[in-house]
Ligand binder design. Structure first.
Ligand code: AVJ
Ligand code: FE
Length: 429
C-alpha cells in the first residue's frame, strides 16, 4: 500500500517536472530571465522558486536534511519581493537554477524512500509531497500565463481540443436544499477546501456551458462596454481607467474578432468559452444577459451534488480522477474546447465542462469555510482571505489534474485577466 503510494508520488513529481522543463526549455536563456509582463515573474524565478519550496518542505522539514541553499531562501520568498521587482534581484541564472532544482529533486526522492506516509497530518497519505506536486503544477500554469504574455515567435504547440459532440446551450434548474461543500477526506486537498460542511442553497438556474466567444462578442457589439448600466461602480471605474473594450488579447478582424494565443493570431472560435476576462467584465456580461454570476456554493453544488444519493462527488462525472475523456486539463490543447466537447464530464444535473477549459469567476469573496484551520502555513490561503479577492472554480486547459478537484479553490483580484479566466451565468429561480 505505501509502496504504491510512493510510486504514485514519484510519478506525480516527475510529471510536474516534465511540464516545468517543457515550459522553461521552450525559450532561450535571455527569454528566461526577461520579465514579459510586470504582472509576472521571469520564468527563471518560477523555476528556482519551485525548487526552493520543495527544498523547504521536503528536504528540510519532512526529511530533516541539511539545507541545499539556505542563502537563496529570501530571494524566492514570494512575500518578500513583489513580482514586478523580481527581475532586479540577484537570481540564480538559468543553468544554476536547473542544477539547483535537480539537486533538490535527487534528495527528495531519497526522502520519499524513507518517509512514513502516515501518522502525522503533514505526511498522512503523502500530503506534503502532494502539496509540493500541486505547487509546481500551479506555477506551471502561471508560467503558461507568462508564455501567453510573451511577444515573439510561437514556441509552444499542441493539438486542437475535441470538437463538440453536440452543441450545449441553455440552463438547468438546481432545486433548493442542502449539499455538502468542501472536503474532509480528499488526501491532497489544501487547507482552504476543508472542512466538509452543509450549505443550504436556494433553487437557482445555472448555464449548462460557459459563456462563449460568440455570446461575448454579441455583448460587445450591443455596446455593452459603453453602457454603465451593466457594470458595478468598481467595474465601471476599471473599465474607464484601463480603457477596456474586449477580452485581453482580442483585436478586431473585419466584422468579427481575432485573438493572439501563444504567439498565433486567429479568429476566435464562436462556440468555445471566452477567456482572459476580468471579474468585472464577467459581471457586466451577466447583467446584460439578465443573469448574474453564480455564488461559489452554487457552482460547487452544480458540479458535485448527486441528487440520487445525496452525496457530493469528487468531480462532476463521479469519483474517478480526470481522464482526457472528462475534461480539457493539463496543457494538452492550449485552448478551451467548444461547449459540448466533453459529454463524459457532465455533472448529475447536466452541467458541462465545469472542470477544465477556463477558470470560472464566482461572485464570492475568498474566505475560510466554517472550521477553517490554516495548514500547513498561513501564507498559502489565510493571508488572502477578505474582500479583495474573488473565488474562481474548475481549473482551465492550463491546470494539471493534480491541482484541480471539485473542491479546489482559486482566487484573484477582480481586475485580473492574465489568468485563463472565463465564467458561466446563473439566476435565482
Ligand atoms: C492559488 C494560484 C492563487 O499562484 O498565487 C503558488 C498558488 N501559492 N505559490 C498563486 C500558489 C504559492 C496561488 N493561487
Ligand atoms: Fe509559489
Amino acid at each position: 500500500m505505501t509502496q504504491d503510494l510512493r510510486l504514485a508520488v514519484a510519478a506525480e513529481l516527475e510529471r510536474a517536472r516534465a511540464r516545468t522543463a517543457l515550459l522553461t526549455d521552450a525559450v532561450d536563456d535571455a527569454d528566461l530571465v526577461r520579465q514579459h509582463s510586470p504582472l509576472m515573474s521571469p520564468l527563471v524565478w518560477d523555476l528556482a522558486h519551485v525548487g526552493n519550496q520543495e527544498e523547504l518542505w521536503l528536504v528540510r522539514d519532512v526529511g530533516g536534511r541539511e539545507p541545499v541553499r539556505r542563502d537563496i531562501d529570501e530571494l524566492y520568498d514570494a512575500f518578500k519581493h513583489p513580482r514586478r521587482d523580481r527581475p532586479t534581484l540577484p537570481l540564480l541564472g538559468p543553468a544554476e537554477a536547473r542544477r539547483y532544482v535537480a539537486t533538490v529533486r535527487d534528495k527528495v526522492l531519497d526522502v520519499l524512500d524513507h518517509a512514513r506516509l502516515e501518522g502525522q497530518p503533514l505526511l498522512d497519505r503523502g500530503f506534503a509531497f502532494g502539496m509540493i506536486v500541486q505547487h509546481e503544477q500551479q506555477h506551471d500554469e502561471t508560467m503558461l500565463a507568462t508564455h501567453q504574455l510573451r511577444s515573439g515567435a510561437p514556441v509552444l504547440a499542441a493539438p486542437a481540443p475535441p470538437a463538440a459532440a453536440a452543441p450545449v446551450t441553455g440552463e438547468v434548474l438546481i432545486p433548493g436544499g442542502p449539499f455538502t461543500m468542501g472536503t474532509s477526506t480528499e488526501a491532497w486537498a489544501l487547507d482552504n477546501e476543508r472542512p466538509a460542511h452543509q450549505v443550504d442553497v436556494p433553487a437557482f438556474f445555472i448555464d449548462r456551458a460557459a459563456v462563449t466567444n460568440g455570446q461575448y462578442a454579441a455583448f460587445i457589439d450591443a455596446g455593452g462596454y459603453d453602457d454603465p448600466r451593466w457594470w458595478s461602480p468598481a467595474g465601471w471605474q476599471r473599465r474607464q481607467s484601463a480603457g477596456l473594450a474586449g477580452p485581453r488579447h482580442w483585436q478586431r478582424d473585419g466584422d468579427g474578432w481575432a485573438a493572439t494565443t501563444f504567439g498565433r493570431t486567429a479568429r476566435v472560435v464562436e462556440d468555445a468559452p471566452v477567456v482572459h476576462v476580468s471579474y468585472y467584465e464577467a459581471e457586466a456580461y451577466a447583467a446584460w444577459a439578465g443573469k448574474r454570476l453564480p455564488t461559489e456554493a452554487e457552482w460547487e453544488k452544480a458540479a458535485r451534488h448527486d441528487p440520487a444519493t445525496g452525496r457530493s462527488r469528487r468531480y462532476p462525472w463521479g469519483d474517478d480522477p480526470p481522464g482526457s475523456q472528462h475534461a480539457n486539463l493539463g496543457q494538452q490543447h492550449l485552448q478551451p474546447a467548444a461547449a459540448g466537447a466533453y459529454p463524459e464530464g457532465v455533472s448529475p444535473y447536466g452541467v458541462h465542462q465545469l472542470i477544465g477549459d477556463v477558470w470560472e469567476w464566482t461572485s464570492t469573496d475568498f474566505h475560510g469555510y466554517p472550521g477553517f484551520a490554516a495548514f500547513p502555513y498561513r501564507e498559502y490561503s489565510e493571508v488572502f482571505f477578505g474582500p479583495d479577492y474573488k473565488v474562481l472554480r474548475g481549473g482551465s486547459f492550463g491546470t494539471d489534474r493534480s491541482a484541480c478537484r471539485g473542491t479546489f479553490r482559486n482566487w484573484d483580484y477582480p481586475i485580473r485577466r492574465q489568468i485563463f479566466s472565463g465564467f458561466r451565468c446563473a439566476r435565482t429561480a
